[in-house]
Design a protein around this ligand. Structure first.
Ligand code: C2E
Ligand code: MG
Ligand code: MG
Ligand code: MG
Length: 285
């Protein structure tokens, strides 16, 4: 990994090296302990209504504050968690922590003027778990939050496996009333047919599409077409990876509803995000 990517972004395992394999084995053992001993933290990133700057949601993104290796990013340990079954425990921790945090922001007079929903990332394995729907509904009930307060982000690959249990879980979650969103739309190889068949409400378009806009402004026509497909399926589009004012403006000009990206704010730990919520009514100021 290049130095420019930041010294905190340690690449913990790289299948090419023996050292990396040893580290990975070590991580499997340590991750279980990490979940239980408060080494995981959630960062929060705003999701903004492009026309008004209103914050309509925030995405919880997990990091591992490792005592020796420092801050480890999710790409480095979520796959390990998924491969070892630890993802269920990790997912429950994320669910409870994020929902508890939303309750705190609603109760805090300095932040309660913001009426936004919490977004969490859900793994394919979660949809395979029979307890998942109950976990979600219990977590919401414990914090006295309505189901619409929570949006579950699911990647294409997680939902188009298309087996019966997945479909059953999705239908149950939909009936419960939580928001369902496809994440990283367009990143995979899948067809778009499932957009009309699944009980989802939102589609988060992969950040690759916004990135390409910076290289070639004529891409905007293509983005507008994607936007039309999403809308014609009766869904709302969320655009991720917005890094500049120009990108935000371009998306606004073609009628995109919502956006997320470094331009509006980087993912921040609880304290930093609370400070922003306290200071800002709309994004960006
Ligand atoms: P994702 O759900 O697609 O999350 C968006 C990723 O894009 C985040 O990376 C975020 O920090 C990054 N990002 C946001 N805005 C920008 C931008 O303007 N430019 C660029 N270049 N990047 C931006 P992060 O936090 O490293 O997370 C990576 C992935 O790890 C997530 O992708 C998600 O798939 C997974 N993940 C994160 N937290 C969790 C979790 O709690 N549970 C599960 N199962 N997966 C998680
Ligand atoms: Mg996501
Ligand atoms: Mg995404
Ligand atoms: Mg992703």
């Amino acid at each position: 990994e290049s130095k420019s990517e930041g010294r905190n972004k340690l690449r913990v395992f790289d299948p090419a090296t023996l050292h990396a394999r040893q580290l990975q084995r070590q991580i499997v053992g340590e991750l279980r302990e990490a979940i239980r001993s408060d080494q995981l933290v959630l960062n929060y990133q705003p999701i903004v209504e492009l026309a008004t700057g209103r914050i309509e949601g925030c995405e919880a993104l997990v990091r591992w504050n490792h005592p020796v290796h420092g801050l480890i990013m999710p790409d480095q340990f979520i796959p390990v968690a998924e491969a070892t079954g630890l993802i269920a425990e990790l997912g429950r921790w994320v669910l409870r922590t994020a929902v508890g945090q939303l309750r705190q922001w609603r109760d805090n007079p300095a932040t309660s003027q913001h009426d936004f929903s919490m977004r969490i990332n859900v793994s394919a394995a979660d949809l395979q778990s029979l307890e998942f729907v109950d976990d979600v509904s219990e977590a919401l009930a414990e914090e006295s939050l309505s189901p619409e307060s929570l949006v579950l982000e699911l990647t294409e690959s997680a939902i188009i496996q298309n087996n019966e249990l997945d479909r059953y879980t999705l239908a149950s979650l939909h009936r419960l009333g939580v928001g369902l969103e496809i994440d990283d739309f367009g990143a995979g190889y899948s067809s778009m047919g499932y957009l009309r068949k699944l009980p989802v409400d939102r589609v988060k378009v992969d950040r690759q599409f916004v990135k390409d806009l910076g290289k070639d402004p004529s891409q905007l026509v293509f983005l507008a077409a994607i936007q039309d497909v999403i809308r014609s399926c009766g869904l709302e589009g969320v655009w991720e990876g917005i890094e500049t004012a120009e990108e935000a403006e371009a998306l606004r000009s073609i009628g995109c509803a919502s956006g997320q990206g470094y331009y509006f704010g980087r993912p921040l730990p609880e304290a930093g995000f609370t400070e922003q919520l306290t200071r800002l009514r709309t994004w960006p100021a």
